[in-house]
Ligand binder design. Sequence first.
Ligand code: NAD
Length: 347
Amino acid sequence: MAAVSKTKVLFSNLVRSTNKNIICKRCFSVTRPAQDGKPLIGFIGLGNMGNHMARNLVSKGYPVLVYDVNTAAVEGLKEAGAKAAKNPAEVAANTDRIVTMLPASQHVQEVYTGNNGILSKVVKGTLMIDSSTIDPAVSKDMAKAAEGKGALYMDAPVSGGVNAAKQALLTFMVGGPDSKFPDAQEILQNMGKNVVHCGAVGTGQAAKICNNMLLGISMIGTSETMNLGIKLGLDPKMLAKILNMSSGRCWSSDTYNPCPGVFENVPSSNNYEGGFGTALMTKDLGLANNAAKDTNSAVNLGQQALEIYTKMTQKGYGGKDFSVIFKILQEMSGPEVEKKKKEFFDQ
Ligand code: NAD
């Protein structure tokens, strides 16, 4: 996609452009403005991940038009230099490049196809990139609906967590037509270090749910290991150091350790706040287990991980970072551990 698109749009004073060639009048049909050659990007969903991703676009000089149902999140982005829209339709009416970062399938369906959704006002030729982790079948549905409006929807879920989102180090797994991948890459590379084309629409989600099934399993394994080592009298930082130079090393041990105090700036050292919610991990494990059923794939630990995270969500840990499993295991360890395990996981 060229830096300055020729698409005609209604540009209603939402974005202040520094480009002197642009005449910006309320409700005039104008050539899409570009700030220092950078096109306007719409961004919807400013949560733990999206808020950092949108900030990275702003800091790289893109004009950004945001929307979230949470007005506090919108205010934060306005302070960082973004403009705000009233709803997804208003975002769509004003730009032909949109990124969405929402919790789950139903939120994506609402934002794209609901009342005042993106597709109610989408401009022909618009590229929409959904970075939420959702059911691949829903991604395919959204792509079909977008096609009906002359627009393109691609899935581009991410791996990396909030610190990677903050530092623009995410990995994007992109599904969509080969010919349009460079257009998506041009935007996504501002928010991540790896942008990988996986294949047709939905394949980004397929890659992502496989990754997160492994992540859910490895976080439980790392938490059991750290808890056992501490019970055996090992210093947690020393144990983590050994794991991370040995064959047990994984992202949950070397980047996002679930034991408080091993690393600074991870959710476990912040009372398990502000990371990847247990409810979201439960959703992803549900997607992976559904996919396993649909494809007759043998999945054992993935199923057990789903049961554990489902129970944690039911017991009130849904909003805590998914590494909180370490704290739960630590609290149930000690006299009557079997009884406590049963009480937590079986009731
Ligand atoms: P989050 O819950 O922190 O943020 C989601 C945002 O979407 C919130 O600000 C919420 O207000 C907004 N939202 C919900 N419904 C909306 C609607 N109808 N219209 C507009 N805004 C709406 O979630 P997150 O942690 O930022 O994760 C977003 C997605 O990324 C999820 O699919 C998650 O599985 C995936 N993901 C998260 C992480 C992580 O570490 N947090 C890592 C990789 C992938």
